[in-house]
Each structure stands twice: as structure tokens, then as C-alpha cells.
Design a protein. Structure first.
Length: 604
């Protein structure tokens, strides 16, 4: 494959990857930007243990609004027997006034809130009213809770669901803390679920932070505080006996599991993990390409004549190491014209074109190769007994015909196999690359699942997967196969001739001087996609052009302005469009488990 063709292939694949990546990455955000929605991007929860073992909870929730909103609510589940009092709502320094409407979706005066019981279990619902449009707003909800923690003889078991399982979105940033009375400390602390990977810090208070909290999954922060830290336990549920060993044993029995550990490790090292996996895949693919480098063959850079007389479909395959292009359809048809199977004559109308018909007397078909017979049958059935202008030949096919679509595809398949038995390979590592690609893809899937499970993000997995698979498959399959010496020489000679047809306009060699040779050259140039450059070069010897005119050869139309001579590459695409199929168109959740808190909410 030439350097220009390889560069074109690389650029096209890069563009495809960029477009797919951009679509998958940014389309959801683009759609959301035009749809009314909200989410909470940051939650800060402070749980203070009071001197009577009750709790004072302050939730600071940062809402990100797209569109106009006027109300929100928050459900706070409570464990059986717990009581919530003194609820207040703040918006910055503004304290909201009670008495607001508690009906979801209702409208009330901004700056008011109301409190009612939750409809699906013990708990409190707070509804507040405001006005916000395409902005961020931070609301603070503060309240006091009694009988929310357990007081044992030795410790206070203080736990709170700092994020609820009723929210229907991921939380980007969660911070929470349990603060004991002054002069005391938290002796042990835990976070559940362990899959969150958020180990708390313990000391004067217990703190935790997580960059992503999963949608539909509650987060619990639990800490042990010495019993002597409070003056009384009037605000707690009292249980006799020591509790520290019991609580510690229960928490140590909660395992984060191998999958969760792997997910947290991949998330914490996401860029490094995906980069290393990509580098490994690219390295293995590069090693395969190096092992199949072609052995050098001594052939001139340009050959001014076809190295051998073979069908144009085979010539193209030899020049490109087995590649296929549908330009060979027209080249095959013109070759059959030259060999006497069809008659081509000047059109009688004003447009310069070729009138094509089946030759009255034609050579025997036994000598034709299978793909040439396929082409002959295709165009014979298309022409029948009629004479049709070459540029209008596609119009003989009924538009969107499934029958002719199958025949067109079969013709392409036959021509694509022209090199079978003609090219030999002494090393073929395409299967090895497929194995590398499969292993790489499986690895990307595994890393992506681990990363997505923990974060809900897809940008890094998509980017890494597309990039890695692109570079593994960047080179064409022929780059992973090495021709045997005989095949390499034929390939080098035909590539040199193809290069000559491309560079012909600027070369200073003497061009061939016979019409027969030029007809052959033009047929091959049509297959190579260089016919227009040859035809418009101005370097065709005058005797050749005069003889083409005298013989009424189809070549004259290529050399002297036939209506189709600037559309060599569009002949097959016209057929593809004609037979293409017709396009169609068509018009809240769980409670608080063993502790209070959690829940969820919404906005409108």
C-alpha cells in the first residue's frame, strides 16, 4: 500500500474515532442542556452528638439547576422510635419561614417551607419554596433527632445515613463528619458500603469524603464515642451491657469483596491503568507489524507499461496486496469492451458519451475467469438487446431493487476475490492481531466495568478503548502479511506501474506511442483511480489520439472530453446508490436501615 493511501486510511479512522468519541461523550450533556433537570453536586453532612446523646444534623446541599425551578423536598427516614424536631431551612444567610405548602409540585411564596410525615414509612418530609433558573444554589437543612443513637454501658453507637438511596443521580462530592461533645473523641469509625472506598479518619471527630456516591445506594457513617462524653443519655436509645466489642465485630464482618477492591483500585489509578493497557496492546500490535515487514525487491520506482497482461481486478489486487475498490467494476467492463464482448460507439446526441451494447459476435466465454463471467452476466442482463449510454447504464436498474442489490453485491464479492491463488504469503499474522485485539477489548471491558461501577463515568473508558483499538487496527490487514518472494515481485512491479499512472503528468520520460498500449494503460488507470490524471495530462502522443478518433475507439472519449471522463470514480457509486435500500423515517425508595437519615428528595 502506498504511503498516501496509508495516510488517508489513518486519517479516516482517526476522524471516525473522534466523531464516535465526541458523540458518546458529549451527546448526553447536550441533550440534558436543553431539558429541565437538576442534581446535587455536593453534599456536606455534619452530625453533632449533644450532651444528652441526641443529635443535631446539618445538611448542606448544593443543587445544580438547568431550567426554572420553584420548589424542592427532602425525605428524612427515621428509625423506629426516633423523633425529629426543630427543623429549619436556610438559603445562604436567609432563614426560611415555616407554614409553606407541603404538596409536591405546589407553588408558594419563596422563602417558606413546610414539614409533614413521609407517606411510605416513619420519617419527615420537608418541602421548601424558592425561585432558581439555570444556576447553582446551596440549601442548608438543620434539625435535632432524639433516640437516633444507641447508648451502651461503655460507648455511644452513633450512626447516620449521610446520603440516601432515594436520589436518582450520582453525587459528585460527599463529605460527612460525626462530631462528639467538646473534650471527647471518636475512637472507631466505619463507612458503608465498603465499595465506596472511603476510609474515615478518626480523632477529635470522624470524617469521611467520597468523590462519587452511587445512585440508589445509601452511605452510612458510624462511629463509637465513649459513654462518658455525654452528661446524660436522655436523647438516646439505651441498651445495657458493653457495645464496643459487639459493634466492632459486626463491622469487621462486613467485607468489601474482591470486586469492590478491584473497582476502587482501578478508579484511584484510572488514567494509569487504561494508559498501561493501551500501551501494551499497541506494543504487541507493533511487534506483529515489525515481524511482517516486506523484504526489499529491486524494482524501478516507475514502470511505464503494465508488467503483464492480466484482468484489471487482479492488477489492482496485486498492486495493493489484495485490497479491493469498486472502481475495478468499470475497469472490468472497459476491458470486456476491448476484448470484443461489448460494442462501444459514439452517442448520437449532443453529449459526448459511449453507447454500449452487447457485441453481435463475441469471443468464447470459456476463457474468462469466474469474476469476469460474473461481470459479463451482470451487464448482459442489464443491456439485453438495447443500446444504452454508459453514463446512464445504472438507470436500467429499478431503484432500490433488492434483486439487483444482491447481484451488485455478488459482483463486488467476486471481484474482491480476484487475487485468490495469485498471491502467496510466507507469514500471515492477521490472526495474531485479532487475538491481541480480542484480549485488549476484553481487558478494556473489565477495566470499564470496574471503573463505571464505582464512578458512573464513561469518558475515560470510551476514550481509552477507542484509542487503543484504533491503534491496534490502524494498519490494514495487508501490513500484517508478508508476501512470498514471487508475490512480492509481482506486487512491487504493479505498484511501480500504478505509481507511474499517478505521477505520469510530471514525469519526463517518453510516453508509450501505440493506441493498443494506451487502451490497456487507461483500463488499469481506471482501476487505480488515476485515469483522470492520465487523460488530462496533455502528454498523450498526437498519433495515439488521431488513431483513437479514426478507429472510433472508446479511448477517444477518455482522451478528448467524453461526458464520463471526469467521473471515472463515480461509476460504481452510481450503481450503489441506485440499488441502496429505501430510507425510512418515523414520526422514593428505602428507609434508613438500622440508623436514621438517608432517604432522598426532588425538585420541580
Amino acid at each position: 500500500m502506498s504511503g498516501g493511501a496509508l495516510l488517508k486510511r489513518i486519517v479516516i479512522r482517526l476522524l471516525i474515532v473522534v466523531v464516535v468519541w465526541a458523540g458518546l461523550t458529549y451527546l448526553p450533556d447536550l441533550l440534558n442542556s436543553t431539558t429541565k433537570h437538576f442534581e446535587i453536586t455536593r453534599a456536606q453532612v455534619r452530625v453533632e452528638v449533644n450532651d444528652d446523646a441526641s443529635l443535631t444534623v446539618k445538611e448542606q446541599l448544593t443543587f445544580d439547576f438547568t431550567g426554572s425551578f420553584r420548589g424542592a423536598y427532602r425525605d428524612i427516614p427515621l428509625r423506629e422510635g426516633a423523633q425529629l424536631t426543630g427543623l429549619a431551612v436556610f438559603d445562604g444567610s436567609r432563614r426560611y419561614q415555616p407554614g409553606g405548602n407541603t404538596t409536591l409540585g405546589s407553588t408558594d411564596q419563596p422563602g417558606r417551607f413546610g414539614v409533614t410525615r413521609t407517606p411510605d414509612g416513619p420519617g419527615v418530609r420537608v418541602v421548601w419554596h424558592y425561585r432558581a433558573s439555570d444556576t447553582e444554589r446551596t440549601f442548608v437543612i438543620a434539625y435535632r433527632v432524639e433516640d437516633a443513637i444507641v447508648a451502651y454501658d461503655d460507648v455511644l453507637d452513633a450512626g447516620w445515613f449521610v446520603w440516601g438511596d432515594q436520589w436518582d443521580f450520582w453525587l459528585d462530592d460527599l463529605e460527612a463528619e460525626i462530631v462528639p461533645p467538646p473534650g471527647s473523641e471518636v475512637t472507631d469509625a466505619w463507612v458503608q458500603p465498603r465499595s465506596l472506598g472511603a476510609d474515615p479518619t478518626v480523632g477529635a471527630e470522624a470524617t469521611m469524603s467520597a468523590e462519587r456516591a452511587k445512585q440508589g445506594e445509601a452511605v452510612q457513617l458510624r462511629g463509637l464515642i465513649p459513654r462518658g462524653a455525654v452528661d446524660s443519655v436522655a436523647g438516646a436509645r439505651v441498651e445495657s451491657g458493653d457495645g464496643a466489642s459487639k459493634v466492632i465485630a459486626a463491622e469487621e464482618g462486613v467485607s468489601d469483596g474482591l470486586f469492590s477492591k478491584a473497582a476502587n483500585f482501578v478508579t484511584d489509578n484510572a488514567v494509569l491503568m487504561f494508559a498501561l493497557w493501551t500501551a501494551l496492546g499497541v506494543l504487541l500490535a507493533s511487534i506483529l507489524a515489525v515481524r511482517t515487514r516486506e523484504r526489499p525487491i529491486s524494482v524501478p520506482r516507475h514502470l511505464p507499461e503494465p508488467p503483464e497482461e492480466i484482468p484489471p481486478a487482479l492488477a489492482y489486487a496485486l498492486a495493493t496486496e489484495g485490497e479491493y475498490d469498486d472502481r475495478v467494476v468499470l475497469a472490468t467492463l472497459l476491458d470486456l469492451v476491448d476484448r470484443g464482448y461489448y460494442r462501444a460507439a459514439a452517442s448520437s446526441d449532443a453529449d459526448l458519451d459511449l453507447d454500449l451494447s452487447v457485441a453481435a459476435e463475441r469471443p468464447a466465454t470459456e476463457a474468462l475467469i469466474s469474476y469476469e463471467r460474473e461481470a459479463l452476466d451482470f451487464f448482459d442482463d442489464l443491456l439485453g438487446s438495447k443500446t444504452v449510454a454508459l453514463s446512464e447504464l445504472k438507470d436500467e436498474i429499478p431503484e432500490h431493487s433488492s434483486k439487483w442489490r444482491d447481484r451488485w453485491q455478488k459482483l463486488g464479492t467476486e471481484l474482491d476475490q480476484a487475487e485468490e491463488g495469485e498471491l502467496g504469503w510466507d507469514r500471515d499474522l492477521t490472526g495474531s492481531r485479532a487475538l491481541v485485539g480480542l484480549i485488549a477489548f476484553v481487558g478494556y471491558v473489565l477495566l470499564s466495568v470496574l471503573y463505571f461501577t464505582r464512578t458512573g463515568f464513561v469518558v475515560i473508558p470510551i476514550t481509552a478503548t477507542l484509542t487503543g483499538m484504533l491503534f491496534i487496527y490502524l494498519l490494514p490487514a495487508t501490513a500484517l502479511k508478508r508476501l512470498d518472494p514471487a508475490g512480492r515481485r509481482r506486487n512491487a512491479e504493479w505498484a511501480a506501474f500504478r505509481r507511474w499512472t499517478s505521477d505520469f503528468p510530471r514525469l519526463d520520460d517518453d510516453p508509450p506511442a501505440t493506441l493498443k498500449l494506451w487502451r490497456s494503460i487507461l483500463v488499469y488507470a481506471v482501476a487505480f483511480g488515476t485515469a483522470e490524471r492520465v487523460a488530462k495530462s496533455g502528454r498523450i502522443p498526437a498519433p495515439v489520439g488521431d488513431q483513437a478518433v479514426a478507429d472510433a475507439s472508446w479511448t477517444v472519449f477518455a482522451l478528448h472530453g467524453g461526458s464520463w471522463n471526469s467521473d471515472f470514480n463515480g461509476f460504481a457509486s452510481g450503481f450503489s446508490s441506485q440499488v441502496a435500500p429505501e430510507s425510512s423515517s418515523s414520526g422514593g425508595g428505602g428507609g434508613g436501615g438500622g440508623f436514621s437519615g438517608g432517604g432522598g428528595g426532588g425538585a420541580w
